[in-house]
Design a protein around this ligand. Sequence first.
Ligand code: PLP
Length: 294
Amino acid sequence: KVKTGLAQMLKGGVIMDVVNAEQAIIAERAGACAVMALERIPADMRKSGQVCRMSDPHMIKEIMAAVSIPVMAKVRIGHFVEAQILEALQVDYIDESEVLTPADWSNHIEKNSFQVPFVCGAKDLGEALRRINEGAAMIRTKGEAGTGDVSEAVKHINKIRGEIQLYKETLTKESDLAAKASELRVPVELLKTTIENGKLPVVNFAAGGVATPADAALLMQLGCEGVFVGSGIFKSSNPDKLARAIVEATTHYDNPKKLLEVSSDLGDLMGGISIQSINEAANKNGTRLSEIGW
Ligand code: PLP
């Protein structure tokens, strides 16, 4: 029942945020496996403090026309009508994203009733499995989008993998499994297969705060199957070079010599904002996107 299909083809790749056709072409030439079409990258949404919605379908269509790689676009959490519109537009994937302002604070989209594959964010195993049970074909860590601080993405991937390992060791009785599944609000069969396979039943990417080739390789070494790069690339002084370097680093993530080569002379990277300073700022546009919801 779990949808995997198309998303498997993205494995090992880099998905880049782009706001126009020109950036999409740069991403495609650099070797991105897909692009995420959006009006504003997370770093700018974060600053704006405004309600962030699905992008204008017209701009998404221009990006679809400009490249031959798959195009993804974001809808607000729970906004199934935005998803109907993007499905009618025939985007390749929909991201039900916490980076936009949630439309429903209790329910995510019932993704099983759509043909188009969805990607959803998760901070822990329960969240990942709930999204998969709703029909998500791909999971990404939430990380902390728009910051250039990779630490939250690291936290989320370690949490998901750690929980799978822990449950493998501790949930030995059927009754323990059933109790945990009920606590996580997921079918016991889904939890069971995940534990047996030692991994999520769908492709698991990293996202949120990835800004350098080393960040991408770090998340790959921690067990992710690909990365999303949002604000990092087009907030840097040489997007073309950085985009290529991040693709190379994701492919050769366990080859330090190659990583050394692609990490050099990248110009000015995204300035970024650390998680610590967001915590200190508390309000004033300092909300943590990954903590939206519960
Ligand atoms: N993430 C966001 C952004 C949310 O708004 C919510 C709540 O609706 C959740 C996650 C939590 O959903 P769940 O508990 O089903 O994983």
